[in-house]
Structure formats: structure tokens, C-alpha cells
Design a protein around this ligand. Sequence first.
Ligand code: FE
Length: 332
Amino acid sequence: MLRLSTLALLACSVPALAQEINVYSHRQPELIQPLVDAFTAETGIAVNVAFVDKGMAERLQAEGDRSPADLVLTVDIARLLQIVEADVLQPVQSDVLEANIPAELRDPNDLWFGLTSRARIVYASKDRVAPGEVTTYEDLASDKWKGRLCTRSGLHDYNVALLGAMVVHHDEAYATTWAEGLKANLARKPDGGDRDQVKAIAAGECDIALGNTYYMGQMLADPEQVPAAESVNIVFPTFEAGGTHLNISGVAMTKSAPNRENALKFMEWLSGDTAQKIYAETNYEFPVKAGVERSELVKSWGEFTPDTTPLAAIAATRGAAVKIMETVNFDG
Ligand code: FE
């Protein structure tokens, strides 16, 4: 991984190396490196990755036309939307991207493209939750879960997107009542990340928790977290009139991309078979391209019906969803 200063230096001092692109990544270097290595081996195009933890949109705005970045890799529709709103992206028309990525997982205006998906599911205690007890997201607000539910902050992007999907499926009034019901069922105040909720189930503090699928893979890969992971089942709730809520990790091209042509090659390659397989095996996510298999572990969690609400529609409800979480004082 190169730091930005190194990137800028490279760009100035070695102009002969035209076969390279620069990527700002919010995703972990361990996940991106195998992809970069495979792409470079196949095409000869070098990929310089700068890991950007916070303030991606602000940084691109501040750099403006001088930004060395060609592409942005990030997780969650909310973060993609922030970058869209910063007006630092350019639309990309590509038959390959359109063929590989389902329409609901990319921007209708071609500004962002989903590369992997993850489901927001329920982790359920093997001991205290009966098979079939978890049904719909709507039902999570019912009395039967009183004192049995754990989750991270209601204002975290993952929960805001889920609530946004609830707004799309019903309306703001319904979603407000649902969020109130969810809050009333909490075993404790929202705290920690998704993995901490699984640990809380293992410790007997709650029976069910909201979480993203890939965290199960991460916990099973860490001997210390295996016992907690093995105390729960993954259950795929659905919306009453839909499927299981998905979010994405995605890619976008900057407005200033200095290496547009090669950057497009990398985008297209990331949506293709080789990269989709690497994604599936490295971070327990779902490939977006039809026909690419999930990892064995992910397959073992079972089949489910993905909700087909376009991510763009969910993104459009973000403001309303945040307001609802604040109105019901979800974390309070
Ligand atoms: Fe995450």
C-alpha cells in the first residue's frame, strides 16, 4: 500500500509509467491486495492503493482536479451517496458493468456500482430461539421479542439503511412505529459493533441481534471469537412483501480520474469472474455477478431471497431514516 504522498511523487517523477491507476480505498488493504495483484498479473497495469479511513468525500473535494485518484472503493450505500453528493464523481457507461451487476445494485445515473453484497440478518441464539421463531423484519418490533434484542447504534449506516428500506416498503409513519417497537424490545442500550451483539447473545444478555452476514465468517476465522459465533444461527428475515435486506460494497470513478481508460478496465475486471470469486473467498461476501459461487462457508448459511428494492431508493430515504432514529431516540 502506498501513502498518498508516495502516489503523488510517483505520478510526477515517473510519467513514463503510464500503465497505472490510483485507488482510494475505504476497504481493508488485506482484502484489496489479492485483487490488485491478480489484476496487475493479468494486465500489466499497476494499481496504487491509498487506504482512506475517514473523510473520503472531503479529501476528494479538497484535492479537486489535482486529485491523483481514479477510483474510490468503499462499503455501504450511505458512504457512496456522500461521495455522490460531494460532486466528485463521473458517470461510467459500460456494457460489461451493466451485464455483470444487477440493476438494483448500481446507480441509475451510472455514478456507483455494487461489487459485492451483504445481507443484514438476524443472529439467533441456538439455545433460546426456536426454528421458525424469527420471521420478518416487521415482526422484530412485536412484543414477543421484548428484552431479547441487541443491536449496534440505530444511527450506524447499516441500521439506517435497514430502516430506510422499511420506509420504502411501508412509509415513514410505519417505519417510526417499527423503530419505536424495536427500541422497546432492546435488552440493553445499543453499543459496540455487530460482533459485540453476537458476544452478548453468547453471554445470555439477549436472544437475537441484527448483524451483517460476513461478520460470522470473520468471527469463525478468529479462534477467540469462535465460541460466540457458534452459539448463534444465522436467520434470514424478509420484509413482509419482499426479501432479505442487502447492502453493498462498491466502486466509483472520480471526476478528475487521470487514468480513465485503465481505471475503467479495473472496474470492469472487478465485476468479472476472477475478482468476484476472490471477493467471495476473502471476505465472506456475496458476489454480485450471477453464476459466481459463494464460498463454502457462506453457502452453508443457506439460501435466501434477496430484497429487490433498488439501493438507490433506499439511499433516497436516508435523511428520513436518520430523523426517525433521532425522533425515537433509538440509542437513548
Ligand atoms: Fe462492516
